[in-house]
Design a protein around this ligand. Structure first.
Ligand SMILES: Cc1cc2nc3c(=O)[nH]c(=O)nc-3n(C[C@H](O)[C@H](O)[C@H](O)COP(=O)(O)OP(=O)(O)OC[C@H]3O[C@@H](n4cnc5c(N)ncnc54)[C@H](O)[C@@H]3O)c2cc1C
Length: 134
């Protein structure tokens, strides 16, 4: 979720059961990447992202995740909330939280539990800070 670009890392993992994408990518394009991955590797199973809103060929991953998009086929069990594994997100103060990074998560929880708010540039261990323009 950090940054709005249309680039994909094309980081397909676990035989296409997982994919790492940036928020500016169109949902339908992610499904096409997964389909190409299954075809290339001659996999029996071809996976799609969980949410299947009818607008999937025009809406982006950032919007799909923010809206907790669902769809006719996925229902609730495979909506965004239930199928997003990790997020890298930028908080309003510029703090970057990467839920896939245990150290980043631990730092975030530590500061949250302390009840104090983040100070920009605080440099808590495991948290990276967004740089203007970067
Ligand atoms: C024709 C049509 C059919 C639809 N069908 C369904 C359906 O069947 N099922 C269903 O569940 N939904 C459906 N929807 C709703 C759909 O889920 C959302 O419209 C869609 O996911 C939003 O994606 P978007 O790219 O248009 O996002 P936007 O409208 O651009 O953004 C949506 C929200 O997400 C925020 N956002 C976007 N990117 C980021 C980011 N990188 N970081 C943080 N916040 C971000 C925006 O600020 C905004 O608040 C439909 C919508 C349309 C127009």
């Amino acid at each position: 979720m950090s940054g709005v670009t249309g680039r994909t890392q094309k980081n397909t993992q676990d035989d296409g059961k997982q994919i790492v994408v940036e928020p500016g990518l169109i949902g339908g394009e992610v499904n096409r990447i997964l389909a190409a991955h299954a075809k290339k590797h001659k996999l029996d199973d071809m996976y799609k992202i969980g949410p299947d809103p009818s607008s999937i060929d025009s809406c982006m991953i950032g919007g799909i995740v923010s809206n907790n998009s669902s769809g006719m086929c996925c229902g609730v069990t495979q909506n965004s909330y239930h199928t997003v594994k990790d997020l890298r997100l930028v908080l309003v103060d510029g703090t970057v939280l990467d839920t896939a990074d245990p150290e980043s998560k631990a730092s975030f929880l530590r500061v949250s539990a302390s009840g104090r708010s983040w100070r920009r540039g605080e440099g808590a261990r495991g948290l990276r800070f967004a740089k203007a323009g970067g």
